[in-house]
Structure formats: C-alpha cells, structure tokens
Ligand binder design. Structure first.
Ligand code: FAD
Ligand code: MLT
Ligand code: ZN
Length: 517
C-alpha cells in the first residue's frame, strides 16, 4: 500500500533568487576552529619543500609599496584563515597574505615574486575541497578578496563582467535584480568567488541545466606568473580568432595564471521554481526515476540530486532541520524552473503521480514556497559540512556511469567494514557525479591505503573520472594518470613550463610529483 502524501505549498510563485540568496556557506565549517589544530600539510602528508626563495623584510617592503600596509597581512592569527582549508585537513605555513585591489597591483606582485623566485598560492573564497587553495609551505598567499567590483551586465546579451573576487551569491543577486541568472550554483555560494569557480571549473547544482563554465565563460582577463596582463578575446559568444586560450585557465586551479576578470553569459531568470523531495526503496528505483523525469521534464529540469540514507540522516541531525520524510534507503531531489508556474507545477505533480503508481516513489513532498524549498535544500547542501562534524572526511568526487555509481559505495562499505564511522554517497545524479565520503574519528594513513588506489582503479575500470568537479589541487595531484594519458600529462607539463617557467604559481598542486616517462 503506497503512503504517498503531497505536502503542497503552492500559493506563492517563488523567485529563484528568493530561495538562493538565503543560502550561505560560512567559509569555515561550524566545527569550532579551536576544537583541534590542523597539522601542517607537509608533515601530515609527507611533502618536501622545493627550491624557492624565502620571504625577506625587503620583499615585505616591496609588497607594502604596491598594496599599502592594509593589503599586507602578517599576523599569525589573521593568517589562520589563509593557511587552513575549509575541510580543515590542510595547513600551510605562509607568513604573508597579500590583498591587491587592482589588476595592476596584482601584476606588480607577481612580477616581483617571479624575479625573486618566491612561490605564490592564489586564493579566492577558500572553499575548495582538494587542498588547492592553501599553501603547502611558505608560499605567498595572493588573495582576490578585495578585487570584488562588478562592472556591468548587458541585459540584452546577458554578458556579465566582474572582477574575479566577487562572491558568487553577490553576483547571483546582482544578476537576478536585472532579470538574469548566474549559470552556476553551489552550496558554497556565500563564500566562493567567481574567479575561484572558473579556476576550478566548478560544476554544482545547475550544471544539468546550463552546462559547464567552458560554455558560459565568454572571456577572461588573467595575469601570468611574470606579471604579463592578458586580456583574451572579445567577450562575444562567437569568436573563432585563433586558439581559444582562455579555456586553458578554466580548471587550471591557479597553476597557469591568476584570473582577474570574468565575462560570463547569464541566461534569462526563470520566474517560477518547484522542488520535489522523494523517498525511494533502492538505487535501481533512483535510476528509473531519473529516466522518467528526464523524459517528462527535459525542458524545465534544473537539478536532479540524490542522497543515501546516511547522508540524509547526518545532514538533518547536524543542521537541526526537521526531517521532511521518514527513513528511506534513498532520496531524490528534483528541481524544475521555468516561466509557467501553473503548467510546470501540473507537470511535476503528474510525473510524481506516475512514479508513485509505478511504485518507484513511496513518499514525498512538492514545494514551491521559498522558505520550504530552502529547508529542503539545506539538507542536500549541508551534507558536506555535516560530515565534517563527525570526523576526518576522506572525500572522493567521481564521474561514474549512472548504472554502476552506487555499486562503488556498496563495495567500499563492505571493504572498510567497521573500521570506519560511515561510508556514504550523494551527488549530482543527472551529471553522473558521485560524492563518496568515508568518515573516521581522526585521520588514519592506513585507512587511506585501504581506500586508495582501490577507488581510483575501480573508477578507471568503469571508464569514469577521478575528479568530476572539485579538481585535483593538492590532495588528488598524484592520481591524474587514472583519467589522463601519459601523453596528455606531458603536454600539460609543457604548458605549465610555457606559462610559468619558474614554477612559482601554486606549486605542489594539480600536476603529479613525478611525470610518466
Ligand atoms: P578557492 O577555494 O579559494 O580556490 C580553489 C582553487 O582555485 C585553488 O587552486 C586556487 O589557487 C584557485 N584560485 C582561486 N581563485 C583564483 C583566481 N582568481 N585565479 C586563479 N586561481 C584561483 N564545487 C563544485 O564544483 N560543485 C559543488 O557543488 C560544490 N559545492 C560545494 C559545497 C560546499 C559546502 C563547499 C565548502 C565547497 C563546494 N565546492 C563545490 C567546492 C568549491 O566551492 C569550489 O571548488 C569553488 O569553485 C571554489 O571557489 P573559491 O573562490 O572558494 O576558490
Ligand atoms: C556538493 O555537491 O555538495 C559539493 O560538491 C560538496 C561535496 O562534495 O561534499
Ligand atoms: Zn558537488
């Protein structure tokens, strides 16, 4: 007997921004920073410092001349934010963070660092999940925080031009007020910056609808390691004048140059949005549900996310949200957005009815009032933070064909048994993107040895990618070969040498420590 109950809150047609502007990422997980001290990355993960110069008093004087006293951060307490990553698993030892306000200042800083052979770690909102945004040793932190001016939005073409340090949520609000939507949305939107998003080629919740940043970034201004300022292209949607160089910076994670300005294509803003939160009995049913949904709602589908019961429970408990549904093995979130509030709602209701009749969905809720959608999204977007409150998180962000995706979670759960606190899966099902998270009370290198290379080999065997959307940064730099050929890795090394001959930009990140022969 099916026990489906619609909890319908359909009296108010919500605006997308009304919901999203309330979502916040605090920058640091609310696990209190003083709870434990994060060990130095170099010690915890056994890394050797490369041959860079050491910062001197003269260097500090040069930096003060360029950005003024207020742009040079040196106090150990103030540096804590710049040295420790969001997951609190990496800690650098930098003694200076610089905060330029203009591209020219940033260029002057890089010119000096390159001449002196001082290593540099570019940093945006510091919400990255692979340890790429914080130094490993004493790299100079180059923060984009103060380069946050939004220049313009052409409401006819939808082209938004902004400095790289603008916070994603601020951009979202700016675009929304002008009838447009930023084609990217993630749980870290309250802290991450558009430059950091481009540097990581972030995916997130709207990827399914709007595609990759490779199709939405129209142009960039970047600064190379030697200080050369590079404006690219025309910011026109069609521009085939030569190699598409700006694409090499999308996803380069601060290793090829620093992004200082972004031109982004912002589509028209939908006027109505609805969200379903559904309980299902098996992953097989999740797949069938996706199949039905993608056929029925293709033109208005804006997110299709899944969570297993472990993620669901951890998230609502840690965030004190009352659970919308009773326990199920799996949950699915389907968001649609369009311009026909009544019509779209009817289509969603009729789909859910069909899914119920086929016994694919057992229980669920459909909402379109902003505060209700917000609390449902909180459960999904809060998983990352909730898990960090339970201990050390071994994070894997994988692309895997949908059919096989959850087999990996089950295999790893079986392999690890009771040696770990939990092993759970969630993610962007519509994009074949699984987030596999294993939690232990503290960091144990022997657990890593059980997980790796097992997970990477499993992923390669199923023709997936070992980094779907988070990048490689520091934590995943030595596993690139599971998804890239030796020839491709060598070409990347040559690109790095071309763009940054002294190797000062974000060392120990992205490229593997040793190269395939
Ligand atoms: P940072 O973390 O500061 O830096 C990330 C990398 O980019 C570093 O290597 C840094 O050196 C480089 N970088 C930063 N700014 C620049 C610049 N201007 N020029 C050159 N290099 C630069 N990611 C997803 O893809 N999808 C998600 O759904 C998603 N959800 C998240 C949810 C939460 C709660 C959190 C904490 C993170 C999430 N992330 C997600 C990861 C992260 O938010 C993204 O990678 C984001 O794009 C990073 O932006 P940032 O400004 O914080 O960059
Ligand atoms: C998400 O989709 O929630 C993010 O990518 C963060 C994570 O993987 O935990
Ligand atoms: Zn994600």
């Amino acid at each position: 007997m099916l026990s489906f109950t619609f909890l319908k809150y359909m009296d108010v047609a919500p605006r997308i921004s009304g919901l999203l502007s309330q979502r916040k990422c605090s920058g640091l997980p609310s696990r209190c920073a003083s709870m434990f001290r994060v060990p130095f990355t170099a010690d915890r993960y056994n890394v050797r410092r490369r041959d860079y110069a050491k910062l001197s008093e003269d260097d500090l004087r040069v930096f003060r001349d360029i950005v003024g006293d207020s742009g040079v951060v040196t106090g150990p307490e103030d540096l804590e934010f710049y040295n420790v990553d969001w997951l609190r698993i990496c800690r650098g030892q930098s003694t200076v963070a610089l905060r330029p306000k203009t591209t020219q200042q940033l260029s002057d800083i890089l010119k000096h660092c390159n001449t002196r052979k001082l290593a540099v770690c570019p940093q945006g909102g510091n919400t990255g999940l692979v340890g790429g945004s914080v130094p490993v040793f004493d790299e100079v932190v180059l923060s984009l925080n103060l380069m946050n001016h939004i220049e313009s939005l052409d409401t006819v073409s939808g082209t938004l031009i902004s400095q790289a340090g603008a916070v994603l949520e601020t951009l979202e609000n700016y675009a929304s007020e002008r009838g447009r939507v930023v084609p990217l949305d993630l749980g870290a939107k309250g802290s991450c910056q558009i430059g950091g998003n481009v540097a990581t080629n972030a995916g997130g919740l709207r990827f399914l609808r709007y595609g990759s940043l490779h199709s939405n970034v129209l142009g960039l201004e970047t600064v190379l390691a030697d200080g050369t300022i590079l404006p690219f292209g025309t910011n026109m949607r069609k521009d085939n004048t030569g190699y598409h160089l700006h694409h090499s910076f999308i996803g380069s994670e601060g290793t090829l140059g620093v992004i200082t300005q972004v031109a982004l294509l912002c589509p028209p803003k939908p006027s109505s949005v609805s969200l379903c939160f559904l309980g299902l009995n098996s992953f097989e049913d999740v797949l069938k549900c996706y199949d039905e949904t993608s056929k029925a709602l293709t033109d208005i589908l804006s997110a299709f996310e899944f969570l297993d019961t472990e993620c669901y429970t951890t998230s609502y408990q840690e965030h004190n949200v009352s659970p919308p549904l009773k326990p199920f093995p799996f949950y699915v979130m389907i968001e649609v957005s369009g311009w026909n509030a009544e019509g779209d709602t009817n289509r969603v209701s009729s789909l859910v009815e069909t899914l119920m009749n086929k016994n694919l969905v057992i229980h669920g809720t459909i909402v379109n009032e902003p505060s209700h959608m917000l609390s449902l999204w909180k459960i999904r977007e809060g998983v990352a933070e909730a898990l960090t409150r339970r201990g050390y998180v071994y994070k894997y962000d994988l692309s895997i064909p949908k059919r096989e995706m959850y087999n990996l979670v089950e295999d790893v759960r079986k392999r690890m048994g009771s040696s770990v606190e939990s092993c759970s899966g969630y993610g962007h099902l519509g994009d074949n993107n699984l987030h596999l998270n294993i939690v232990t009370k503290d960091y144990y290198p022997e657990v890593t040895k059980q997980l790796e290379p097992y997970i990477f080999e499993w992923t390669r065997k199923h023709k997936g990618s070992v980094s779907a959307e988070h990048g490689l940064g520091f934590k995943k730099r030595n596993v690139m070969q599971y998804s890239q050929s030796p020839q491709a890795i060598k070409l990347m090394q040559r690109m790095k040498e071309l763009y940054d001959p002294n190797g000062i930009l974000n060392p120990y990140k992205v490229l593997p420590d040793s190269f395939p022969s």
